[in-house]
Design a protein around this ligand. Sequence first.
Ligand code: SF4
Length: 280
Amino acid sequence: MTVSLSASQLTMFQRCAEQWRRRHLEEELLPPSLPVHTGRAVREAVHLALRRRMETGLSMPPEDVVDAAATAYARSLRSGVYMPPEDLPSARAAMTAGRDTVVALTGLFCRELSPKLRPALAGHRVELDLGLALPVAITIDCLTVDGELHHLPTASRRWSTERLHGSAVMVLAREAVRRRERGLCPPGFVDVLVGARTPVLQTLKAPCSPDEIVVLTRKFRLMLAAVQAGIFLPAAPESWNCSPRWCGYFYSCPHVPAFRKRLPAALHGVLAGYGSAFAA
Ligand code: SF4
């Protein structure tokens, strides 16, 4: 049973409440997908580099940051990888490509973003009391000494404006800073490390609205009301996430009719063994 909520849980619940139920209530844990492993590894190394800069005033050598990211990626893979069945034959190549992406994006951070950031907080986890039955957790990637808030996601393509406007992470991070500093709305930026063929940094200024936390809190309240009532709506069958590529519960989901479950459950793409072998 989950002990705190988060922006990613809300996103999952809105896409498919049944998926959230199995993951967070039933605790049927599946290994993360490859993009999650790469994102985690880059973020861990970025937080390390920012903290080191905070503590010493000096930048870590880029090669040390890249090494830290590659080590974090190998360690992360040991928990296994979820892959859609059709990707299983190329799993090993995909994991190698994942490591290349980790190295490229961490190098991009060191070259283009790190020199611009003077961190006052980095990788700082906060649990917000929004007056709900559970706290809402948020990790502040970077708050600079100038009072700028930076969220540092990785992505395989550039963020759209809709994605920026719909991001709950920045709203929660801004609220955490607002409470901590007892101040006004800190300017927020989303610095997307885009793992395209040529990795690019996409910096977007996040919009700020005085009612944003009220709107977001209402969504969390509705989510908890649905949970308490035992209402877990499944995803629309035509939605992109209701497929074996994006949902590890597909083959055992009671909301998916048999004709859609063409591949046997034995081919369920959990690659714990592959992940460990690769990481060794
Ligand atoms: S298969 Fe579809 S309905 Fe079932 S948990 Fe996954 S996304 Fe939700």
